[in-house]
Design a protein around this ligand. Structure first.
Ligand code: ASP
Ligand code: MG
Length: 411
């Protein structure tokens, strides 16, 4: 008999019919003899709608009150789901974040979990045969104020509960059957990945694959929780995410991701002195601009160009900060290019295999796709290309590394 934590996202809970379907899905696992803890997000677009409402009242709604408001979305789901389960003849009980003792710091709208104190309440209910339905995304401060964990934060609730309860597995039920070698909408031949390491999943999600909330994968990695991303509408196994093993290392490239929502900024003629980069990027961080890749060129006559990419949604904020920065450091100026995208090749096998970068660049060159920036980590190579060539680049690389239904590149 296993203890399973299952997490269902808002899209699977958007209508009564969908909720009833999910209830049956939970019951199916229960009937196999498993004990079930279910973490749910707010139904459909509830969270977005609540924020929209708030922003009609206040340009920047008070953060404490925003958390009080947003947390109500998940509270709807737990009550509705429990009712559905009870109506189907099962014992079920709903719990808010506060009731299961998810204690966070007081950084409203992006709180961090400090402790889970009340998991004993769930343990008791499980013993009595209840399905425990827990609100995702929310916690409570030591001073008993309600907080939320950041958009998409229900994933994190699920992993944190799985850790506290020592669950056998933490499952994420999605409308897709798992994590794919590339977005199946872009690459017809994309294949479901059976196993990924935590590091690969982290790189995949930070470079474009919208599968799991990054902080949830970090948490799982720290505590060794096995994650299973699988289809709500399928009983087949999905993608298991766990500690790296020898078998995984043999696969050189696991997946290709992309992000079309980036902009590239170049600051021209930046004086080449210690402390300038620190100043520039500090000011950008203060201005709440998320910087991704950075390149500094060789300096000529005491000045250099610095290029970097940011999330496109931060473009306006960046331009505002950059005007001041350029003046302050006496650079020549800056320009922003909003028609770029990033394509990344990811795989733990890169640690032990060579030639991946050159194979990647050659495949792109053969297709006449120009590379504008390159950055690498131990298990990832990312390139910036024109936005309108991003999808082509993904297909070309997927093919070059033979990730399709054919065999992957193994040694
Ligand atoms: N309902 C919250 C959101 O939409 C949390 C979640 O879905 O995980 O961001
Ligand atoms: Mg949601």
């Amino acid at each position: 008999m296993a203890l399973i934590v299952q997490k269902y996202g808002g899209a699977s809970l958007a209508t009564p019919e969908k909720m009833l379907f999910v209830a049956d899905r939970i019951i199916k696992e229960m009937k196999k003899g498993n004990r079930m803890v279910v973490v749910v997000s707010a139904p459909g677009d509830t969270t977005d709608n609540l924020i929209e409402f708030a922003e009609k009242l206040a340009k920047e709604p008070d953060a404490r009150e925003l958390d009080m408001l947003m947390s109500t979305g998940e509270q709807q789901s737990i009550a509705l789901m429990s009712m559905a389960l009870i109506a189907k003849g099962y014992k079920a009980k709903s719990f808010t974040g506060a009731q299961v003792g998810i204690v966070t710091d007081n950084k409203y709208t992006k709180a961090r979990i400090l402790d889970i104190k009340g998991a004993s309440r769930i343990k008791e209910a499980l013993k009595k045969g209840y399905i425990c339905v827990v609100a995702g995304f929310q916690g409570i401060t030591k001073g008993e104020d309600i907080t939320t964990l950041g958009r998409g934060g229900s994933d994190l609730t699920a992993v944190a509960l799985a850790t506290a309860l020592n669950a056998d597995v933490c499952e994420f039920l999605k409308d897709v059957d798992g994590v794919f070698t590339a977005n199946p909408e872009v690459v017809k031949d994309a294949k479901k990945i059976d196993y990924l390491s935590y590091d690969e999943m982290l790189e995949l999600s930070s470079s474009g694959a919208q599968v799991l909330y990054n902080r949830c994968v970090e948490y799982a990695k720290n505590y060794g929780v096995v994650l299973h991303v699988r289809g709500t509408f399928s009983s087949k196994n999905g993608t298991i995410i766990k500690k790296e093993d020898v078998k995984m290392e043999k696969i050189v490239v696991s997946g290709i991701t992309y992000n079309k929502k980036e902009s590239k900024i170049t600051i021209k003629g930046v004086p080449d002195r210690p402390g300038i980069a620190a100043f520039v990027f500090n000011k950008l961080a203060e201005g709440d601009v998320n910087v991704d890749m950075i390149i500094q060129n060789v300096s000529e006559k005491g000045a250099t160009d610095i290029s970097f990419t940011i999330f496109r949604k931060d473009s306006l904020k960046a331009v505002k900060v950059l005007d001041a920065i350029v003046k302050k450091v006496m650079a020549k100026g800056f320009f922003i290019d909003e028609a770029i995208g990033k394509v990344s090749v990811i795989g733990v096998g890169m640690r032990t295999h060579t030639g991946i970068a050159s194979a990647m660049f050659k495949a792109l060159a053969d297709k006449k796709i120009n590379i504008e920036m390159i950055s690498t980590s131990e298990i990832k190579i990312s390139v910036v290309v024109r936005e309108d060539q991003v999808e082509d680049a993904v297909r070309v690389l997927h093919n070059a590394f033979k990730l399709g239904k054919k065999k992957p590149v193994v040694e």
